[in-house]
Design a protein around this ligand. Sequence first.
Ligand code: FAD
Ligand code: NAI
Length: 475
Amino acid sequence: MSKSFDVIVIGGGPGGYVAAIRSAQLGFSVACIDAAQNAAGAPALGGTCTNVGCIPSKALLQSSEHFDHAHHHFAEHGINAAGVTMDVPKMLARKDGVVKQNNDGILYLLKKNKITFFHGLASFTGNADGLYQLAVKGKVNEAIAAKHVVIATGSNARVLPGAEFDELNVLSNDGALRVGAVPKKLGVIGSGVIGLEMGSVWRRLGAEVTILEAMPAFLGAADEGIAKEALKAFTKQGLKLEFGVKISEVKNGKKGVSVNYANAKGEAQTLDVDKLIVSIGRVPNTNGLNAAAVGLQLDERGAIVVNDHCQTNLPNVWAVGDVVRGPMLAHKAEEEGVAVAERIAGQHGHVNFNTIPWVIYTSPEIAWVGKTEQQLKADGIAYKAGQFPFLANGRARALGDTTGFVKILADATTDEVLGAHIIGPQASELIAELVMAMEFRASSEDIARICHAHPSLSESTKEAALAVDKRTLNF
Ligand code: FAD
Ligand code: NAI
């Protein structure tokens, strides 16, 4: 006789554990199953985000930024930090500690919300009498059942054919977060979010980093003005970026990795590196789920097919996060998890895809929400743009970080904010105000009339809003 629940959530990443908590808050009996384990074999809740994604990458970005500041910026403040060195194993141990705190925190949250946790791999075994049956294979094998199933099984790094990950020399995001010593030469394939963030970590620590990108242009999803400014800043820092390349062969040898490729002009090139990160996107993960047992529909990419409400082709089976369409972002997964739990409860949970913020945690940080200038042009929407540089912001000068700007795009007729783009210090925090403005359908004038603290970076947001009406006060 299997244990039965109202809701079973498969996956304990940001999509899954949040769906489980919200379901429990709404009064359901809930189980959450997650297969991830740490080096000691203990549960490692939090998914890609906590174990090999958002959290560890931000820990390493912070450590490497401190090191970079000590080397290049402390002297400006009169601080003599000559002879500062980097203890990479200690940095990695700190990162592992941060990950563990988050793993344990999520386990605590499941307990607090009276969610039954199963540590193991879940697969469908069938459905009968309105209940879906699942097998959990772990240290203990279980058979469980529920009326509703929420699938949040996430994604895995895409493999470049011929460059399979060994996590020693050819690294996915997982290996890239565990490099035990600073490589002299680091190659990165793909100049997307992981390539830029992980490339920045190891460049700051002293590696010579070359990024090879297939597309002819940089950061295609970002606003073109932002991408241009970012390329300028990263190149100045010493990141080498090549665009329009075609990789022909990756040789993983004893002494390192050789990448043969054609450059944008079609000329044959070789890049020899000690380590190679391959970050060319991620693929939805339905491994082990046994989708066929219940007839769960997948698309040609292997993603679970869902409608706008995260409903699959099966009644009462839902899917959220990286395993379905849409941006592969932790906060998108969380929003979908909440929306699904509320829909199961008969409420009207909804995710507004137009106000999901994007953040790239490089230095300068890059953040945006809504439409880019190129999208507005392509859609034939008349708009006004207002831009304000951090160079003219007192707080940015005091911080010693004046790269970049805030740009606000507003409808030419109604003045409604249609998009906002930031490159510069604390862009990840500054974007929140603009996400809220868009959620409340604010106009640029609404933002311009709000009192912002002085001196603060957020004054640049107010000034960018004033710039939409060509009336900045400080530029
Ligand atoms: P996941 O987090 O992948 O969780 C899925 C979980 O399900 C895993 O624990 C897995 O073990 C488990 N699982 C899978 N199949 C089964 C099964 N059959 N049975 C039981 N358990 C199963 N996003 C951001 O928003 N901000 C960032 O800064 C950011 N940084 C990132 C940095 C890196 C290096 C990477 C790789 C990703 C980053 N992301 C970031 C993306 C973010 O990690 C994902 O969008 C997010 O984790 C997706 O959440 P999820 O719940 O859909 O899936
Ligand atoms: P990505 O989609 O951001 O970038 C992949 C890049 O690789 C693209 O520029 C693509 O053109 C390029 N590429 C693809 N095939 C190639 C090839 N054969 N040769 C050379 N270049 C090639 O994917 P990435 O960086 O792997 O990250 C995966 C996802 O993880 C992101 O899209 C994002 O959703 C998430 N993530 C989010 C972060 C954040 O929110 N700060 C941080 C890191 C990851």
